[in-house]
Structures are given as C-alpha cells and as structure tokens.
Design a protein around this ligand. Structure first.
Ligand code: ZN
Length: 336
C-alpha cells in the first residue's frame, strides 16, 4: 500500500492563529444528524472502555470529565479537538470530517485507486476559497472524492471494504479522546498557559505517551493512527505558507501550544520502538506481532522524516492551489 506520509501534530489543533473557518463544508442540518450518531458511541467508549482502564489517581481525575459535542469548534476549523478545564471538546464537524476522510481513504484503497487524491483534496480545502466552488461552499469529502453515499452523507454499505476503516477510525478516535483526557488528567488544563514553547511541547508529548499507554491498556492497535496523522499533516501550516524561514520560525515560537510536528511523530516512534511489546493492541506477544509493531514504528518514523521536507510541502501547496474537482476524481493507483 502506498502511503503518502505526512505530519503528526497537536491534537488540540487549530486553536489559535491561522485557523480556517470551514463552516460551509457541512450544513447545520447534516451536523445535527451526525450529532445523534457520534456522541452516543464515544460516550459509551468513555464510560465502558476508558474509565474502567484507569488506575490510581487517574480514576479520580478522569471520573469528573465531561464530553462536549458542539456542532463546530470555537474556530470552526477541521481537526479541531481540545480540552478545556475538565471538558473534552469533540466538535461534530471535526468528527464527521475525520470519519469521511478515513472512509474515503479506505474505499479508494480497496478499489485500487490512487490515495493521493485524498491528500490533494485536503490541500484544495487549505488553499482554495469556498467562493471558487459551486454554491460558494466547499465540496464535502464524499462528493469531491466520489465516494458512494446517501443523502444524509453516510457511505453506502460496501461488503468488500473489510475492517480497515473501522480499525483506522477507532484507532484515531481513541487516540484523540485519550490525548485530550490526558491533558486534563495531567493537570494541563488547570495550569496557566505554558510559559514557553518548550513547556507546551513537553505537555503535548506527555499527553501522547499517556494516550499510547492507554490504547495498549484497552487493546486498541495504534497503527491506524497513521492515516489520521497523515491527513492532519496536509492541513497544518508549513514553511511553504510563510514568506520566509524567519517568519515560519516566529510562527512556531508564538504558536507555542504546537510542537514541531516532526519532533512529535518521531518521539512517538521512538517511544514505541523502545517498548514494542507495550503496543500490541491486544495481540499475542509473539515475534511476528512485535515485527508488526516495529513496522508501525517505521511508518511513524518516515512520517516524521517527511514532515519537515520543505520540497514536499511546497509541492503540496502548488497541488492544492491548482486542484479542481476534476483533478481529484478517483484515478487508478498507477496513473501517477
Ligand atoms: Zn494536546
């Protein structure tokens, strides 16, 4: 499988500078409908899977957490998940977009199509304005990528899809949920804003490690997170979005809650590499399964390597600026 590797970045993403209002992507009506679907399932995971897996002080702190599901986040952005005081905020728009992108990725993969169109689509959203599309609104993922769906925006049943979508979506959701719970459990949301970008980076890495450990406790394979990270990579501001290296560096410094994505993904990779037996996702501790974990470690490492590649970042910007609905239609994987 060809994976266009990208960036892992802050899960409390999009809060702050350079957020983009994406509220034309889905209508309120669509989000209200999906607001019936997602919260129930996630609350159930929280109470029946996550809470019972807590130990010691975690149980005390996490027991008080509230899950909030506004239609959109405070910035109306994509990939906008965050924690505030004792609440984890999971906007329906962000959940729906994540759902659609992972589904599209798996559907195209199953059909032998080029997965690159999914990343080109995210860059289209990033670099094009809504006004340049019919109805002055961004095309939804299933429309743009031509994934069969009904009028409620649900994918049509596909018996050949396999478990890839469920596995990837579950992996991403668990990681997002537990990463945000970690910020609360570790006290980050009750502290003043980090005094330096270094301190903020340390908090993010701690939350990542907490999330990884929790995923092992509840036997969820972290491998599927790679797809999620790769999409977020496309959305994150890169050096290609700034007039100079100095301006980019200033942005990184001021935007202190967001560690350099490359650093973060490599940290996760190294952490898993050092203790592969801890990330088996419920599989038996055999040499074969350890090798699978190390395969995931390798994918994360290569993600980290590519994240900071300015050549690739500039190329994706160029593609995003030129992309049209015609250019991101499904195409055979061998077409490029
Ligand atoms: Zn975070």
């Amino acid at each position: 499988m060809r994976i266009w590797l990208g960036i892992l970045l802050a899960l409390c993403l999009a809060a702050g500078a350079r957020a983009k209002d994406m509220s034309t992507l889905y209508s309120d009506e669509e989000l209200v409908n999906w607001g019936i679907v997602f919260p129930g399932a996630i609350r159930k995971v929280h109470t029946t899977v996550i809470e019972p897996a807590l130990v010691g002080d975690e149980r005390f702190v996490v027991g008080k957490i509230t899950l909030l599901f506004p239609l959109r986040g405070r910035n109306k952005d994509l990939f906008e998940f965050y924690a505030e005081k004792d609440a984890v905020v999971l906007p329906i728009q962000s959940l729906k977009f994540l759902h659609d992108m992972i589904y599209a990725y798996r559907w195209l993969h199953r059909g032998g199509y080029d997965l690159g169109t999914t990343f080109e689509y995210v860059n289209l959203l990033k670099y094009r304005s809504a006004a340049s599309f019919p109805g002055k609104r961004y095309p939804r993922p299933f429309v743009a990528l031509q994934i069969p769906h009904d009028n409620l925006g649900a994918p049509l049943p596909d018996p050949n899809l396999g478990d890839g979508f469920n596995s990837d979506f579950r992996s991403a959701l668990y990681f997002i949920l537990v990463h945000e719970i970690a910020h609360i459990a570790l006290g980050h949301t009750f502290q003043p804003p980090a005094a330096s970008s270094d301190a903020a980076i340390r908090n993010e890495l701690k939350a990542d490690v907490f999330a990884l450990d929790m995923m092992e406790r509840v036997k969820v394979d972290p491998a599927g997170m790679a797809v999620f990270f790769t999409f977020m990579a496309q959305w994150t501001p890169t050096i290609a979005d700034f007039p100079s290296t100095a301006a980019y560096q200033r942005y990184l410094k001021d935007y202190s809650s967001h560690p350099l994505p490359g650093l973060r993904v490599k940290y996760i990779s190294a952490y898993m590499h050092n203790s592969p037996h801890k990330y088996l996702g419920g599989r038996a501790n055999t040499a074969e399964n350890i090798a699978k974990v190390q395969e995931t470690v390798g994918i994360f490492f290569r993600l980290g390597e590519q994240i900071d590649d300015p050549v690739l970042q500039r190329k994706m910007k160029e593609i995003g600026q030129k992309a049209t609905l015609a250019s991101i239609r499904p195409r055979p994987a061998t077409a490029r």
